[in-house]
Design a protein around this ligand. Structure first.
Ligand code: UFG
Length: 334
């Protein structure tokens, strides 16, 4: 049987590289398309790397023709909320124009499934928590708006031409590959768990807890942390559902369980046996008080065992093991 290839844009990045590993484990060959502007070459381990930007429509078409993938997963995007507020044009160009290029190249190549990385940031400040897929979409920043625009583009193209796709709305991706072959690493890091662990090891400076006056029991903001391995598995299942004839869908990828910033710090102290160097400060602009998924639709569509790795202890343990790995030590230039 011919090798079943899946084109993975952004496959050198955090979630994309874990999806590439999951695809290989499921018998596919992940072809990573990445310009390495944010992603890391060491994270491409399960198939070829095609260097290119999603803003280069000709190169995308050429790679798509050369590999004839059965499906496309589009992870390539800019993902920093604060940066998107300061540089919206750059975010719309990369995330909307770039995604449209990938969608059109995928359609021209006749792929049977398109899996898109969306985000809970499309909901903005929710009126009701947990958040269901039908909740109002009111993004608070250009990052969330750009992702919502692509969801609209996908729906319109599907309605006009038939384009089976899944929009997967991630809550807080966290943790690392249990084998510690890959994990989270960015030159510029803003996410809570890697910053907490880097603060413990002294690789980065002590963290600031942003806001202690939220209406949660301990006053800190609440998020729904989902293990990156569970996200990756959900992508493979979503792709196979579409290839099997399931109509296009959009689902939340979260666990339904929220944890406060303080609870994350406590878990990091339990797992590492060390104190988290930190101070407290004001709220971070644009942060919602609580973002927790209603995960029922994803469970129904993608299987009841959607979140086997997503308890907070496993998330922190795998992130800590990754930070202790030889690879992380070698690549970290902090
Ligand atoms: N936090 C701190 N100190 C830090 C970093 C984070 O207290 O140094 C807090 C944040 O204020 C927030 C929580 O930790 O309450 C989690 O923050 P992250 O930056 O790790 O993640 P966000 O919830 O801000 O971002 C996530 C995704 C984005 C997505 C966003 C939706 O990473 O892609 O949710 O709001 F857009």
């Amino acid at each position: 049987m011919a090798e079943r290839k899946v084109l993975v844009t952004g496959g050198a990045g955090y979630v994309g590289s874990h999806a590439a590993k999951a695809l290989a484990a499921a018998g596919y060959l992940p072809v990573v398309y990445d310009d390495l502007s944010v992603g890391n070459e060491w994270a491409v381990r399960w198939g070829p790397l095609e260097r290119g930007s999603i803003l280069d429509a000709d190169r995308l078409r050429q790679v798509m023709e050369a590999h004839a993938p059965v499906a496309v997963m589009n992870f390539a995007a800019l993902t920093l909320v604060g940066e998107s507020v300061r540089e919206p044009g750059r975010y719309y160009r990369a995330n909307v124009m770039g995604a449209l290029n990938v969608i059109e190249a995928a359609r021209a190549a006749g792929v049977g499934a398109f899996v898109f990385s969306s985000t809970c940031a499309i909901y903005g400040q929710p009126e009701v928590v947990p958040i269901s897929e039908s909740a109002p979409k009111a993004p608070l920043n250009a990052y969330g708006s750009s992702k919502l625009m692509v969801e609209t583009i996908l729906s319109d193209i599907d309605a006009a031409h038939g384009f089976p796709h899944a929009a997967l709305r991630y809550f807080n991706a966290a943790g690392a590959d249990p084998d510690a072959e890959i994990g989270e690493f960015r030159e510029v890091e803003t996410h809570l768990i890697p910053l907490v662990l880097d603060a413990i090891t002294g690789r980065r400076k002590p963290i600031t807890v942003f806001g202690t006056d939220y209406p949660s029991p301990d006053g800190t903001a609440v998020r729904d942390y989902i293990h990156v391995g569970d996200l990756a598995a959900a992508h493979v299942t979503a792709m196979e559902r579409l290839l099997g004839g399931t109509p296009s869908f959009a689902v939340n990828l979260g666990t339904g369980q929220g944890y406060s910033v303080r609870e994350v710090l406590d878990m990091a102290e339990q797992v590492t046996g060390r104190a988290v160097p930190h101070s407290t400060g004001p709220r971070r602009a644009g942060d919602a008080e609580a973002l927790v998924a209603d995960a029922a639709a994803a469970r129904a569509l993608l299987g009841g065992n959607l979140t086997p790795r997503s308890d907070l202890r496993t998330i922190v343990e795998t992130a800590w093991a990754w930070q202790g790995s030889e690879t992380y030590g070698r690549i970290f230039r902090g």
